[in-house]
Design a protein. Structure first.
Length: 320
């Protein structure tokens, strides 16, 4: 916003309204409507569009709580490939905008709307390329840009359909407009769609890498207070195992006539052998979620329900 105000201040101070006025310095004066003034106005319009686009994206998906420090781009060629694609995409969009400027009627509302859509797509594409060139890329910001760019193929097509001969396009240029409309509907929208999908996919990969980097590796040694016998006692008493113990329980002796329930065995991702001999457990269904289980002993246990997925690991009907 400060940059936009600076451009306005510069234009007000250095570009004169009337030819009769002369500045105090000796440099040739600049006047409103001259090529320099037109370029400056175009720059101000681009800055304004960029601000509006950024504000709209921020409103649709606010920044996550807490600042995201960003992540370095991958070492492969994917970043450069995507940047190159956005450069080619911008060339195509800017060429379409120039052709539209050359054939549209001066006061056409629909043509101005289509031009704004093209400018918005150019700005979003430019914002995405700017983010990709950062030393540390904020994946959430890049994902919002990709999601915003996804909207523009259909928006451009809808705006183009509203254009009509004579009212929006000069009669002599209607054949040129027909060719431009066809190119925008086919190659142009396909280019935007591809860039949007590639940016969103790239952002997703970065987000996965960032989360993996922030996730601490699993411990390789059990906690100092880990005790397998104590774990069995806790389960016999209907208690809950400490979370830090669960990854290190590979076998579990629970044979006890008082044991009636398997509550508390959830999350034992490393459990391979479970001894339920001579218990009063009547349903093995809670064990179906334990993917590492290899053997369940049930000698002397009158189990009434064994899930089909566990039939191959249940043992103990005979001698061991």
């Amino acid at each position: 916003m400060k940059r936009k105000r600076s451009l306005r201040r510069f234009r007000s101070q250095h570009i004169l309204h009337e030819v009769g006025l002369q500045p105090d310095h000796e440099a040739p004066p600049l006047f409103r409507g001259e090529p320099v003034d037109q370029r400056l106005r175009a720059l101000m319009s681009s800055v304004s569009t960029a601000l509006q686009t950024a504000n709209r994206l921020a409103a649709e998906e606010p920044e996550p709580e807490g600042p995201e420090s960003g992540i370095s781009p991958p070492a492969d060629a994917s970043t450069k490939t995507l940047i190159d694609k956005t450069v080619e995409g911008q060339k195509e969009l800017e060429a379409e905008r120039r052709e539209l400027d050359a054939i549209k009627s001066p006061n056409s509302v629909h043509a101005d709307s289509l031009r704004r859509r093209l400018t918005d797509a150019i700005v979003l594409n430019w914002l995405g390329r700017g983010e990709l060139r950062m030393r540390r890329i904020v994946s959430a910001r890049l994902r919002r840009i990709g999601n915003g760019l996804r909207e523009y193929p259909i928006l451009l097509q809808r705006s183009a359909e509203l254009m009509s001969k004579g009212t929006d396009v000069a009669d002599y240029a209607y054949d040129k407009w027909h060719a431009l409309k066809k190119r925008m509907s086919e190659a142009g929208t396909a280019t935007i769609r591809d860039i949007a999908e590639d940016i969103a996919s790239y952002a997703k990969r970065l987000e996965t890498r960032r989360r993996a980097a922030e996730t601490p590796p699993p411990p390789t040694e059990p906690p100092p207070d880990f005790d397998l016998k104590r774990a069995a006692t806790i389960l016999h008493q209907g208690g809950t195992l400490p979370v830090g113990w669960k990854p290190f329980i590979e076998r579990l002796p629970l044979s006890n006539r008082r044991l009636r329930t398997l509550a508390g065995l959830d999350g034992l991702s490393s459990l391979q052998s479970l001894d339920l001999d001579h218990t009063k457990v009547r349903d093995l269904t809670p064990l179906a979620a334990l993917s590492s289980i290899q053997t369940i002993w049930i000698t002397g246990t009158k189990t009434v329900r064994i899930p089909k997925s566990l039939e191959r690991v249940v043992a103990g009907f005979g001698s061991r």
